[in-house]
Write a protein that binds this ligand. Sequence first.
Ligand code: C2E
Ligand code: MG
Ligand code: MG
Length: 569
Amino acid sequence: MPPDVLKVAVIEDDDEDFVLVSEALKAAQRTRFEIVHAAGLAQGRLALLDDSYDVFLVDYFLDENSADSLISEARRLSHPSPLVVLTGADSRDLDDRLIEMGAADFLPKRELAPALLERTIRHAVDRKQSENQMARLVKQDALTGLGNRQLFEENVERAISRARRHNGSFAIIFLDLDRFKEVNDTLGHHVGDLLLILVADRLQRATRDSDFVARISGDEFTLLLDDIRETGDAEIIAEKLLDTLRSPTPIHDVTLNITASLGVACFPEHGDTPMELMQKADMALYESKRAGSGRYRFFSQEMQARLERNIDMEQGLRHALDAGELSLHFQPIWRLSDRRTVAAEALLRWRHPAGYMVSPAEFIPVAERTGLILPVGNWVLDEACRFLRRLDDAGHSRLDLAINVSPRQLGPHTFTETVERHLAAHGVEASRLELELTEETFIETGDEMKSLLTDFRKLGCSIAIDDFGTGYSSLRYLKHFPVHRLKIDKSFISGDGADVAEPAITQAIVNLAKSLGLTLVAEGVETPQQADFLLAEGCQFGQGFLVAPPMEADEFIQFLQNQHRDGPP
Ligand code: C2E
Ligand code: MG
Ligand code: MG
């Protein structure tokens, strides 16, 4: 039941009509109407941004325009109060259209009998209330009682309209609990659920009534901080949120110490649609997580530039394969003792249609994130096998070729078969192909790795650990996994000077490889001093600019030809 006092905005540009409507409202029997006059479209729009009205009474013809735009605006804002339209002409077409557009009801102006007007308004308010209630249930997160993503978006939409009118600003925050999965996995979903409820409660206590908190998925919460004048204000709130969440959290018989990560985006600096703002807060959250747990980050121009580059790159990369923009370059791996080439590493290159080369260090992460690494990786595999065939035909049948394999490629269990198929298609022996995997691959894929590596060994391929020393060096896998070769990361070898950048680490890795019976390749050998040091320590192989950079296929074969002719230096 609607209350007995209703605040009504009468949006009417004709003063005489306004008086008529007011009289009818004042004559109502059960309801006392608090009447506010909005004398045109512009004022009507302002009134729509005010949540204190219970109902809007709108003249259909306003300032020589129709009220269509106003009705659509109310719908776009999901306004919680109904709009009743006063029509002049009684055309059925118009009536139907009004309802379709979102008006709650309509009344021909000449039927403005007080009783009918009052009843129409009360019905409209009543209906809208149950509609809202239903909508709230649909838009509510059942676990925490907070709003869900849809409701959050609607609130942001309204905050945008409000802020535009008043030249205001606000902030939205994406918040994600750190290591929530661990809580769920170790203590059970029940505890996980209780934790989420507690967090929801703390977030609501830490914010003002005019702010809005939602849970948009698993352990991801969003906050709308209304009327934030300066970045400093949002910073203070972000700190406060991190603080409240940090205090010890007793659940049942355990006390959890949780932290959260936050990403912040502001209107109008960072975007002017809910989607854009949410995307940017999410991106800031991602960056904040990457920097470690328990922090917040504001969206920045730098992130923006990275975002754009990544989107561009993703789109470009999708075409690169079909457009033939990818190629393999080959870099010799040589014996340190006589600098003779014994193998090569295939390194992917992308010539962007704009003419410049994109570094694999830049596009491989994008390919991994988007899943494009699977087709790209298969292409590399095929191209490498084709090149091995070509080496055979050119009389270099003892040269091995290494390719880089990303962890994502190992996910599908068919990878060994894929390798086998490509080798067979080009008629090359498996023993000629080496797979370079980084240390992270071993950490990420854990024990499954062992069976996969065993499969590769059965097939006849050898395995090298790339960039050795930069990962989380769990030496366990070195001992237990069938690995053949380590590649010392180039950051330990080359630096500013001619000498070895990290001699102590290099020595330690050489000794480790010796004791495990693994062969060793030093990457990034740029100077004779580095080569001499490595040789003296007992490292067998090198790769680096000292002998040759990565080269195109033809150039590489020419290089081998020359080396053959000239003999060792
Ligand atoms: P990586 O496998 O460690 O490759 C060695 C990198 O060191 C190459 O960079 C190579 O050009 C560079 N390099 C060679 N000699 C020297 C030297 O003397 N000094 C210095 N400072 N650098 C040297 P590149 O070609 O830019 O490749 C970067 C990374 O991208 C590779 O590191 C590898 O992790 C990844 N990558 C390249 N091709 C592929 C591929 O086909 N698939 C996958 N998944 N990753 C690839
Ligand atoms: Mg490599
Ligand atoms: Mg490397």
